[in-house]
Ligand binder design. Structure first.
Ligand code: UT7
Length: 322
């Protein structure tokens, strides 16, 4: 049996940090409101001339070094993102070129905040099929360029960053199961109103922004994340107590706490980065994984459940031994 195993991790956050106090100067908000309603204390914001592929490349180089692989070893690149540099070519090819890699398949996946889990799941299939020996999988966003900085209900939530992993085949687990889902009926609750074939050239300043009915998203997120996690445990006949770590999408500390409570998992077993990163959409899970690995909490052999939920709605989980 071939498993996919994470051989290395990396993350990159843009240098500029924006605190809640900085936001108090821009919109009618308070540090207290943001902390208590979301758990966010600070977020990283990309520079004007920085693009999402810039963040990807930085994170990828760190992950490759961690895994001890070079550009010549990479034979698949998959990037989960909602904020690519260009409409085309796809961002994975831009990353491929910047890393000096030629010829291997390189594509992007757009599943909003679940983008990385969709990318990792897809990669798992390539590896299990025997087609891929060394994949670079990234979740990355510059979501702050899609935000309306006059809308206090959304601009306080988001941040930029990239998380990367190297995935290789292994005889020992490894990724044990992947569960993905989506339901397009919820589009109106969380979306971006402009795209390549919709109003692109009509868009003016202020037209383009993330539209979200936060309250309603919150409720479905808690319900779905609980369900997705339980589905993964049940499918593997694993008890919640056997889990070493839960790594959920980092949208809101209250969502993370409510999900953990629903599952009966203590917060000590949950990797939380939302206070430092904000909601970085597809980048949030791989960055949180990298944080846990690098600060020594996550050790080889640990049983980890990754899960995410985002616009679409989309959702997913990956259960793995690190
Ligand atoms: O990443 C994928 C999915 N995204 C999510 O999972 C986000 C899910 N939703 C949430 O995290 C929360 O719903 C929010 C953090 C977005 C909002 O928190 P909430 O507790 O649901 O607040 P609310 O939208 O019900 O607003 C409560 C009050 C309102 O005032 P009134 O009508 O009660 O007078 C808002 O106008 O808070 C007000 N408010 C703010 N006040 C200060 C909204 N944003 C702010 C703000 N600062 N930044």
């Amino acid at each position: 049996m071939i498993y996919s195993k994470i051989a290395g991790t990396g993350r990159y956050l843009p240098a500029r940090i924006m605190t809640n106090a900085d936001l108090e100067k821009i919109v009618d908000t308070t540090d207290e409101w943001i902390r208590t309603r979301t758990g966010v204390e600070r977020r990283h914001v990309a520079a004007e001339d920085q693009t999402t592929s810039d963040l990807c490349v930085e994170a990828a180089v760190i992950a490759m070094e961690d895994a001890g692989v070079t550009a010549d070893d990479i034979d698949l690149i998959v990037v989960g993102t909602t904020s690519p540099d260009l409409i085309f070519p796809n961002i994975a090819t831009l990353v491929q070129h910047r890393l000096g890699i030629h010829g291997c398949p390189a594509f992007s996946i757009e599943a909003a905040c679940t983008g990385f889990l969709y990318a990792l799941t897809t990669t798992d299939k390539f590896i299990r099929a025997g087609e891929t020996k060394c994949a670079l999988v990234i979740g990355a966003e510059i979501i702050t360029k899609l935000v309306d900085w006059t809308d206090r209900a959304t601009c306080v939530l988001f941040g930029d960053g990239a998380g990367a992993v190297i995935v290789k085949p292994s005889e020992e687990a490894g990724i044990m199961s992947c569960h993905l889902g989506a339901d397009g009926q919820y589009k109106e609750l969380l979306y971006y109103p402009v795209g390549a074939s919709k109003d692109l050239h009509k868009a003016g300043v202020g037209d383009s922004r993330i539209l979200m009915k936060g309250n309603e998203v919150f409720k479905v997120a808690v319900r779905t994340l609980g369900k997705v996690a339980q589905e993964a445990l049940d499918a593997n006949g694993i008890d919640k107590d056997d889990l070493d770590w839960l790594i959920p999408h980092q949208a809101n500390l209250r969502i993370i706490q409510a999900t953990a409570k629903r599952l009966g998992i203590p917060m000590e077993k949950v990797i939380v980065t939302v206070q430092d990163h904000g909601n970085t959409s597809a980048a949030s899970v791989p960055m949180a994984l990298d944080v846990g690995v690098r600060d020594g909490r996550i050790q080889r052999g640990h049983l980890i459940l990754l899960e995410a939920f985002g616009g679409g709605f989309t959702w997913g989980s990956v259960l793995m031994r690190y």
